[in-house]
Design a protein around this ligand. Sequence first.
Ligand SMILES: CC(C)(COP(=O)(O)OP(=O)(O)OC[C@H]1O[C@@H](n2cnc3c(N)ncnc32)[C@H](O)[C@@H]1OP(=O)(O)O)[C@@H](O)C(=O)NCCC(=O)NCCS
Length: 179
Amino acid sequence: MKNLEGKLLALRVIEPWAVEIMRQLYHSTKPWLEVSEPLPSRTIEEQQAWWNDMPHPKIAHLYTPVEEPWNFVAFSIVQRKGNFNTPIFGIHPAYHRRGYGEVILHHYLEVADGPLAGSDKLTNGAIIKLNDRNGWKVIDVDDKGVRKLFHPGVHDDRQQEIYDEICRYHGYHTGDNYQ
Ligand SMILES: CC(C)(COP(=O)(O)OP(=O)(O)OC[C@H]1O[C@@H](n2cnc3c(N)ncnc32)[C@H](O)[C@@H]1OP(=O)(O)O)[C@@H](O)C(=O)NCCC(=O)NCCS
């Protein structure tokens, strides 16, 4: 397992048992993960089928605190959607407020290794703060208080081109306001 900033250990999700742990963590964080629409509730079988049938290449990880390597407390998934990536991650509520969110954010940026599209919600103060100070840029805020986001990624030199593509992904015409 990879040590992240001396705080978390990361394990790549490959086998069904790890997908099931991810499902349980997803359920514990689902209310926060919902940005625009309610997320589906999944049984074990549905989760395994969802994982196997995901249309885009994906890389998922589980995380344990370094001092509790038996205890999976968070997950992340990075999906590659053509030229950019979308991340999702969640930490079990009992392990919030320990700085793990920022460590996982750094890790998924490294895993994505390129530009990303994302969304967050103005009511989720912790993720707003973390996203703002780690390079996410706001394209727009919709009438439900959902911020549509762009991240240039850690290594990419096609900024304007990918920015335009991510704007289209979010439902906008162009990326005129790229900064
Ligand atoms: C959002 C989440 C990732 C944050 O991770 P975390 O490690 O618990 O984050 P913290 O509680 O340490 O908060 C991060 C920062 O935001 C601040 N913060 C927390 N709640 C806040 C609020 N309501 N308003 C403003 N700032 C807030 C913290 O003080 C902290 O600031 P600091 O690092 O400068 O001290 C975690 O709570 C989580 O997994 N939530 C459920 C799933 C989710 O929302 N995922 C993200 C969407 S993909």
